[in-house]
Design a protein around this ligand. Structure first.
Ligand SMILES: [Zn+2]
Length: 357
């Protein structure tokens, strides 16, 4: 567009040709090229003309109002609108991505974890279990009493006969400052020395071991691993694969003491554990008294730290005690009095056996 320019110092009027771009106008004034950003131009209407001034400068440019409107409408405004549209699209896109991630983590992975667990090849689950076991043996070293460990191993082998599983159920007593039992992927079942000390009868310990073995058989363990792995993989994608943030979360969330099962899975493992014991001719009466005693401690206000751990990972202990009582059948004790004595002594401070096996 054409315009009349004043340099602000002399009265001279320069006829200039003004170039309009999406973000600025430019024109030659004397031997200088003026480049004014649209954002710093002040517009003063003068009838059918407008006077343009660059903020803070004396020079001014007068152009036809119609030309200026066309220039502004043709370039600047649409550009600003395009910018705003692009920003809006970006915000919406980010919002959708965030929603999709949340949906996947909290709905998708938990829903998919069951089928994923059942589809996981047993060999893969076993090698994953070995990784867990290798890390855990430092935090929870095996108890030193060899005889007691052998008796527990033999009981795990016996349980397999009543189970429908490709896994080797390897029961092991470990030193840990808590009353608890947990199953690793691939079939290892760890029982803490404190839990063995809490169990008053062979039936009670057998019930806890059978419950954990049922978690393995029903692939609950692998399902819990998939849930925590899924979260880690997503974090890797979001935070960036190279940071290892996701792997860190896998290690934290996936550490076995943190693997949580759903209420349904716990109820299923209770029932299936009792069924396995009954199929092998063992008593399934041990679960109710064990749960009831630990829960009773809490009701009486005796909150022993170790017992709280067990109750927090085995919620609704009293309800489960009642349910398992209804299913309980008498049978042979899982351990003879001599075996029971050996198991009880396994974690009693005898020199620690080598953890290389
Ligand atoms: Zn459980």
């Amino acid at each position: 567009m054409r315009g009349k320019a004043h340099d602000g110092e002399t009265a001279a009027v320069h006829e200039v040709e003004v170039e309009v771009s999406s973000w600025a106008i430019s024109f030659r004034l004397g031997d200088e090229v003026q480049l004014w950003r649209l954002s710093e131009i002040e517009v003063e209407p003068l009838g059918d003309q407008v006077r343009l001034r660059r903020r803070g400068q004396g020079a001014r440019l007068t152009v036809a109002a119609e030309d200026w409107r066309a220039a502004a409408a043709g370039d600047a405004a649409p550009v600003a609108r395009r910018h705003r549209r692009r920003e809006r699209r970006l915000v919406i896109g980010l919002f959708i991505a965030a929603a999709a991630i949340l949906l996947f983590v909290f709905v998708g992975v938990p829903l998919a974890s069951g089928p994923l667990a059942r589809m996981t090849p047993p060999l893969l689950e076993e090698s994953l279990g070995e990784t867990y076991a290798a890390q855990l043996q430092f935090a929870f070293p095996p108890c030193a009493g060899e005889e007691g460990q052998d008796i527990l191993h033999a009981f795990g082998d016996r349980l397999e006969d009543g189970m429908d599983t490709p896994f080797n159920i390897l029961v092991e007593a470990v030193e840990a400052p808590m009353v608890n039992a947990f199953a690793l992927p691939g079939g290892r079942v760890l029982i803490t020395g404190d839990l063995i000390a809490e169990a008053e009868t062979p039936d009670e310990l057998a019930a806890v071991i059978a419950h954990e073995a049922a978690h393995v058989e029903q692939r609950h363990v692998m399902q819990a691993v998939w849930r925590s792995l899924g979260l880690g993989m997503i974090l890797d994608a979001v935070v960036g694969g190279g940071t290892g943030a996701g792997q860190q979360v896998v290690l934290l969330a996936g550490s076995v003491t943190e693997l949580r099962y759903s209420r349904e899975a716990e109820a299923e493992a209770d029932a299936r554990g009792q069924e396995i014991l009954q199929a092998l001719g063992y008593s399934s009466e041990g679960m109710a008294p064990f749960f009831r005693r630990l829960a009773g401690d809490e009701q009486r206000g005796e909150r022993r730290a170790g017992v709280m751990e067990f109750l927090s990972t085995h919620p609704d202990s009293l309800g489960r005690a009642a349910a398992s009582e209804g299913r309980a059948r008498p049978g042979a004790p899982a351990f003879s009095p001599e075996d029971w004595r050996m198991i009880k002594a396994a974690c009693d401070g005898a020199p620690r056996r080598s953890s290389s096996d």
